[in-house]
Design a protein around this ligand. Structure first.
Ligand code: UDP
Ligand code: MG
Length: 314
C-alpha cells in the first residue's frame, strides 16, 4: 500500500539510535493511523548502521533504506530521502531523536488544515553548547538580512512538506544544497509549530566544530545572496570617496601650506597594504562563487548508491 506519510532521516553513525527511532516513530504513526514508511538514508556510516537498517527492514517492510557509497553530507542524504519517499507528505527528521516524533501529530494536523510546509520551531534546546547557540543565532540573523527569502528563525531541518513541495525541491538541481533556504524559496503556505528540542538519544553530534559549520554557512549565503559580491562595489565606493577627499587635502596643503607637511613613507605603505588586503578578500569572495559555479558545471551525480532495502531493482 502506498504510504500517506513518509518519514525520512539521514543516518551517519547512528547504530545506537536507529532501533529506538523506529520504536518511537512507529508508536506515534500507529496513533495517527495513516499508512506510513520510514526511509533511512545511510550517509556512508562507518559503524553498523547499514546492518541495523537491513535488520529493521527485514522486521518491518515499512522501513526502507538507501545506503550511499560514501559520506556525501546531510543535505545530500536528505535530498536522497526526498527522492525515495512515496508519501503525500514527507517529514524530514534527524535520526538522533532530537526532533521528537511526538510532534508529528501536530504537524500532520496543520497539513490537514491545508498547509504545505509545517516546520518545527525550537522553543528550547537541551544539550547544546553555548557556542553553538550563539553562532546559530548570529547566523540566522545575518542570513535574514542579506537574502530576500524568508528563512524562519530558530528553525532546523525538522519539517513536514507536502508532495508538491517535495516535487518542487527535486526540480532544483543545485549541488550546493541548503534545504533550510530551498524550502522557504518554494513558497506555498508555510507555518511553524513549536517544540522542545531534546538532547541526542545516543552517540555523538557531528556538526559541532567550526570547521563543519562554516562551510554550511558559506553554502547558505552564496546559495541565496549576492551581497558578498556587492560588498566589493560598496567598499570600492567608500575607499574612492575617502581617497578623493585625501587628494583634495594633499593638493591644498601643497599649494598653500608651508614646508613639507606630509612625510609619506609609512602612510603610503599602510594605504597600499590595506587596499591589497581588501582586494584579496574580494578575490576570495569571487572565488567562493566561482568554485560553486564549477561544481554546478561539472554536473556530477549528487550521490552514488551502494545498496537499497525495500526498493525493487530497476
Ligand atoms: N548526518 C548525516 N551526514 C553527515 C552528518 C550527519 O547524514 O555527514 C545526520 C546524522 O546522522 C543525524 C543528522 O544528520 O541524523 C544530524 O546530525 P547531528 O545530530 O550530528 O547534528 P546536530 O544535531 O548536532 O546539528
Ligand atoms: Mg543532532
Amino acid at each position: 500500500m502506498k504510504p500517506t506519510i513518509s518519514i525520512i532521516s539521514p543516518v551517519y553513525n547512528e547504530e545506537a539510535v536507529l532501533p529506538e527511532l523506529y520504536r518511537r516513530v512507529s508508536k506515534v504513526m500507529e496513533e495517527i493511523g495513516e499508512p506510513w514508511e520510514l526511509v533511512l538514508v545511510n550517509d556512508g556510516s562507518r559503524d553498523n548502521s547499514a546492518q541495523v537498517i537491513a535488520e529493521l527492514h527485514a522486521q518491518d517492510a515499512r522501513v526502507k533504506g538507501v545506503s550511499f557509497s560514501r559520506n556525501f553530507g546531510f543535505q545530500v542524504a536528505a535530498t536522497a530521502g526526498l527522492e525515495h519517499a512515496q508519501g503525500d507528505a514527507v517529514i524530514l527528521t534527524d535520526a538522533d531523536l532530537q526532533d521528537p516524533p511526538e510532534v508529528y501529530p501536530k504537524m500532520v494536523a496543520k497539513w490537514r488544515e491545508g498547509y504545505d510546509v509545517v516546520y518545527g520551531v525550537r522553543e528550547s534546546r537541551e544539550g547544546e553548547t553555548w557556542f553553538k547557540l550563539v553562532t546559530a543565532k548570529a547566523f540566522y540573523r545575518l542570513i535574514q538580512r542579506i537574502t530576500t527569502i524568508n528563512i524562519p528563525l530558530d528553525t532546523g531541518d525538522f519539517r513536514l512538506v507536502d508532495r508538491r513541495v517535495v516535487d518542487a525541491i527535486l526540480r532544483m538541481p543545485e549541488r550546493n544544497r541548503f534545504l533550510r533556504g530551498m524550502v522557504p524559496w518554494v513558497g506555498y503556505k508555510q507555518i511553524g509549530v513549536t517544540y522542545e528540542r531534546a538532547a541526542r538519544f545516543a552517540g555523538d553530534a557531528k556538526f559541532t566544530s567550526i570547521g563543519k559549520m562554516l562551510p554550511f554557512a558559506v553554502d547558505a549565503i552564496t546559495g541565496f545572496s549576492y551581497f558578498p559580491l556587492q560588498l566589493a562595489t560598496y567598499l570600492g565606493f567608500v575607499i574612492a570617496a575617502i581617497s578623493g577627499l585625501a587628494i583634495l587635502f594633499v593638493v591644498t596643503l601643497r599649494l598653500f601650506g608651508s614646508g613639507d607637511p606630509l612625510m609619506g613613507q609609512a602612510t603610503t605603505l599602510v594605504a597600499v597594504l590595506f587596499l591589497g588586503g581588501v582586494q584579496l578578500i574580494s578575490l576570495g569572495i569571487i572565488g567562493e562563487y566561482l568554485g560553486r559555479i564549477y561544481d554546478e558545471v561539472k554536473g556530477r551525480p549528487l550521490y552514488l548508491v551502494d545498496e537499497k532495502w525495500g526498493y525493487e531493482e530497476r
